[in-house]
Design a protein around this ligand. Structure first.
Ligand code: PLP
Length: 385
């Protein structure tokens, strides 16, 4: 029996399907990871794979980058969490504000889901309204208010607080605002949603989101949890969009749990405890110095030049796969494959030594060499072409 099979047998006694994340499920069960180093992950059976999953796009420098690890170890040795604020959260907030190039205030959390939840709460508190417009097919984490309409366990009353519009459906958006404009707190958009196909929204639709929201005095929340790795100012910069609130997570934690909401001071003032009716948002491990320090180090290593290099490599890989007749979407360092049978393709790629996400999403890391990228290309071509 393999070690992964053994772990799965043990795991299924204590965890539904043997682990804690639905996103890791691929029938009959994904192998377990043992360790990671640079561009590679080793599974429990000792198989070494080129990691194009990178923990669902979050490990932009691959595994255990020496400088990020050293920063995290130093933070751990100085105490991992305190009942007082720390300089580390100021440092990361300053760094992010500098990258977006405009005045912003931040609040940190421990996941993207939590940050989305915080942003929606802020929009409702700021506008005094309840409804949220979201785009069909997009994933924004696990908060009741923003999961797709098919998710069980969400009360009907909560579902009724969300209006769903198809991506790029300008008529649908106009209808939503025409019928409910005065009750809409925010429009929540991911400018290139992985789950919806990793295809950028059209600039005219995004401009319309901004216009309609402004006319109705609603807010625009942009979820850049995945797309933030594409530009230091996020994908929003390429649309010339300045949302009221921006949600980040994944890459900004340097491999540790993180989420963040950033926005105009006036909106973020909802969290100010000196306000008459502030949003009371704590979080025992929010802005813990390990995530803050590791995240800041990872982002300093991922400056504009490094972002451009990684995006160019992603664009090249996408072009090569396209030339080989493979359907592939995305932009820069984010790619998505669309095999007819994703489970079969996932296992075939695994067998060829390449780990992709269970829906065909791939995210490059700065740890990958040109040889690594050629290996990825050849494996994908051999499995999908
Ligand atoms: C676009 C987007 N938003 C939000 C989330 C939720 O983030 P987390 O998994 O950190 O809760 C994800 C997770 O993959 C995501 O892709």
């Amino acid at each position: 029996m393999t070690r992964s099979t053994d772990l799965r047998r043990r795991g299924e006694q204590v965890l539904p399907r043997g682990n804690s994340r639905a996103t890791l499920y691929v029938p009959p069960a994904a192998p377990y990871a043992r360790a990671g180093a640079g561009a590679y992950v080793t599974d429990a059976d000792g198989r070494r794979l080129l990691d194009c999953n990178n923990n669902y796009t979050s490990l932009v420098h691959g595994h255990a980058h020496p400088e990020v690890t050293a920063a995290a170890v130093s933070a751990i040795q100085s105490g991992t969490a305190f009942g007082l604020p720390t300089e580390a959260e100021i440092d990361l907030a300053e760094l992010l504000t500098g990258r977006f190039g405009r005045s912003m205030r931040w609040r940190f959390a421990n996941s993207g889901s939590e940050a989305v939840m915080m942003a929606v709460r802020a929009a409702r508190a700021y506008t005094g309204r309840d409804l949220v417009v979201r785009l069909a097919g997009a994933y924004h984490g696990t908060y009741d208010q923003v999961v797709g309409s098919a998710e069980p366990g969400v009360p009907g009353e909560v579902r009724a607080m969300t209006i769903q519009v198809e991506p790029d459906d300008e008529e649908g958006l106009a209808r939503a605002f025409g019928s409910h404009g005065e009750r809409i707190a925010a429009v929540l958009v991911d400018l290139m949603s992985n789950r919806a196909g990793l295809r950028p929204l059209s600039p005219s639709f995004v401009a319309m989101v901004r216009r309609e929201a402004q006319a109705a005095a609603a807010l625009v929340i942009v979820d850049e949890v995945i797309t933030y790795r594409l530009a230091v100012g996020g994908l929003q910069a390429s649309y010339g969009l300045e949302p009221d609130l921006t949600v980040l997570a994944k890459v900004i934690g340097g491999g540790f749990p993180v989420g963040a909401v950033g926005g105009r001071a006036e909106v973020m003032a909802c969290f100010d405890p000196e306000r008459p009716e502030p949003i009371h948002w704590g979080g025992t491990f929010s802005a813990n110095p390990v995530s803050m320090v590791a995240g800041a180090r990872a982002m300093r290593l991922f400056d504009g030049a490094a972002v451009d290099v990684l995006n160019e490599r992603g664009d090249r890989l996408r072009a090569e796969l396209g030339d080989a007749g493979i359907e592939v979407s995305g932009r820069g360092s984010l790619l998505r494959l669309f095999p007819e049978d994703i489970e079969k393709a996932w296992w075939a790629l695994y067998g060829a030594g390449v780990l992709v996400s269970t829906n065909g999403l791939m995210a490059l890391s700065t740890a990958m060499t040109d040889d690594d990228l050629a290996t990825v290309r050849d494996a994908v071509v051999s499995v999908l072409a």
